[in-house]
Write a new protein. Sequence first.
Length: 269
Amino acid sequence: MDHAIQVKLLGVRGTVPVHGPEFAQFGGATSCVLVHAGGETVILDAGTGLSGRAWQDFFPNRRFSVLITHAHVDHLMGFPIFPPLFDGGCQCDVYLKTREGCSGREQVEALMAPPLWPIRTNALKAETRFHDVKDAFSIGPVAVETMDSLHPGGSTIYKLSYGGTSVVYATDYEPESDAPEDFCSFAQGCSLLLLDAQYTAEEYSCTRGFGHSTIGRSVAIGAACGAQQTLLVHHDPKRTDEQLLELERSIQAQNPRIRFGRGGEEVFL
Ligand SMILES: [Zn+2]
Ligand SMILES: [Zn+2]
C-alpha cells in the first residue's frame, strides 16, 4: 500500500541514552526519526537512535539528507558512527543552522575531532555537503519549512510536506503557553506532530528554562494546532516504561489522538 510519508522513530529519549529492562518498551536511544517521502530519505536528528541496525530495513536510498535541530550531543552522537557516511557510494546533505558564528560543519567538527572523537569529518567517505538552514527549502519533491524553537542556544523546528501530508518535528522546544500562536499556525492541521514533552508539571517547577515542554502543555498544544496525530517525544531519561504508560492512560482519556512515541515504531501517513 502506498503512503505519502513513512516515519520510523529510531530514538525518542531525551538528554542522554538510557538502557535497562525498565526502558525496553519506549526505548533508550536519543532523538532520531527516519522519514521516507517522495523517494527521498530524510533523517531528523542524529542521536544514538542512528546507531545499531534499526535504520537498515528502512533505508533504501544511498542518497539521504540529515536535518539536525541543534548540536546538543544527544542530537548528534549517532552521526560520527553512521555507516552510510563511510560508504563512498553514498551522498549526504546535512542541514544545521549557523549558530553563534559557527556553521553547521563547524558545529559537527566540534564533536568530530580529538580529544572528543578520534576521527574528523575529512575521514567521511560519502559525498557529504553541509547546508545552513533557510526558512523554507526543498529536498527533491519534499517541501521543508522551519521555525526557530525556544531552547537554550537555539534549535530548529522542521515541517516536511509531501502529497498533501505533513510531519512537524518539534523537539527541544519550551513553549510559553498552551496555545503559542506562532507554533500553532506553523503546525496547523499537520498529519503528524512529534512534540517535546520531557517534564511533568511538578518537575517543571525546577526545570523551567531548560528548553523543554511539559506533558500537560504539549497535550494542549497538540489539540490547539489541530494535529491529526501527536506523538510526544524527548522522554526524560529517568522516566520508566511503567511511568510513561500510566501517564499515557490519562492523556488518552483526554484525547485519543495524543500518546507517547515509542522507539522503533513506524507511522504511515
Ligand atoms: Zn535534546
Ligand atoms: Zn537541546
